[in-house]
Design a protein around this ligand. Sequence first.
Ligand SMILES: C[S@@+](CC[C@H](N)C(=O)[O-])C[C@H]1O[C@@H](n2cnc3c(N)ncnc32)[C@H](O)[C@@H]1O
Length: 291
Amino acid sequence: MNSDLNQIWDKNRARDEDKREKLFPLIRLQTLLVKRRLRALIASREVRTVLDVGGGTGRYAIYLAEKGLDVTLVDPSEAMRVRAVNKAREKKLAINVADGEIADLAEFADGSKDLVLCIDAPLSFSYPEHEKALSELIRVAGKAVVIVTTSRLGTIPVALGWDLTREYVPEEIEDEFEPYIYAGGLLANGAMRWREELLDHVRELGLDSRDFGFLPEQIEEPLKAAGFEIAVSQGLGALSLHVEEEALESILDDEAARDKYLDLEDAYGTQPSVRGLGAPNILVIGIRDRE
Ligand SMILES: C[S@@+](CC[C@H](N)C(=O)[O-])C[C@H]1O[C@@H](n2cnc3c(N)ncnc32)[C@H](O)[C@@H]1O
């Protein structure tokens, strides 16, 4: 067990994890978009085994177990794993669960899982080992990889918003505005760096101080080099950044409107000029075409 990671992704984070969809329409939207992509993927090719790395409380692991797939969830947080197992049990489903982190998936052989997932930023949280982590995901994937992680250019406006509202700055730090997640650093090399004197404070808040914003090509190129085709590369929920939250909620509540809206999201977010820019998260799906 990596006790550092276990501590950061502690009990409270695990408890709050499942509330996020209710609190933030963007998260609800992203879940709907990813599930649609997963559905299409498993309908289009034979997928039997799944490894969900950084699988958290099982949002996607349980969804795929419900579809009859053999799912293994790996996560360094014990609280997340326990919650995932309990949620699966409530649904009378079995998933395999293991302690581990992305940069070291040594217990899984090359190509040993048909589908490898790494969704909602575990790959970014593996910084500074993000390149090794990505190569581990690719190594284990037999047929397909689905990655959702922090988009570098899409995150800069969000980080700037935190800076401007001083969201994570304790009151005793009284300087005038100074970016503490340096948008410049993010732009230059992708690393989100908290100001030194805030590090203890953000850790107390349960936030990880390690995060890396990817450019789409930093995920696409290693996948292509390993023989994968890029089936999807998308700014996930990019269109919704231009829609009022209340309007978005009404669309998502209305089944007929929702499907049309999700189609539009996919078409917009996969535009080459939007994919790396328009959303805090990027989705990349790589397919290894041996079939
Ligand atoms: C925002 S949650 C997403 C969970 C899940 N994939 C989902 O989409 O619901 C991020 C997860 O990444 C895990 N994580 C953080 N650092 C990690 C690492 N280096 N390797 C694997 N998982 C990690 C955390 O424990 C947490 O469960």
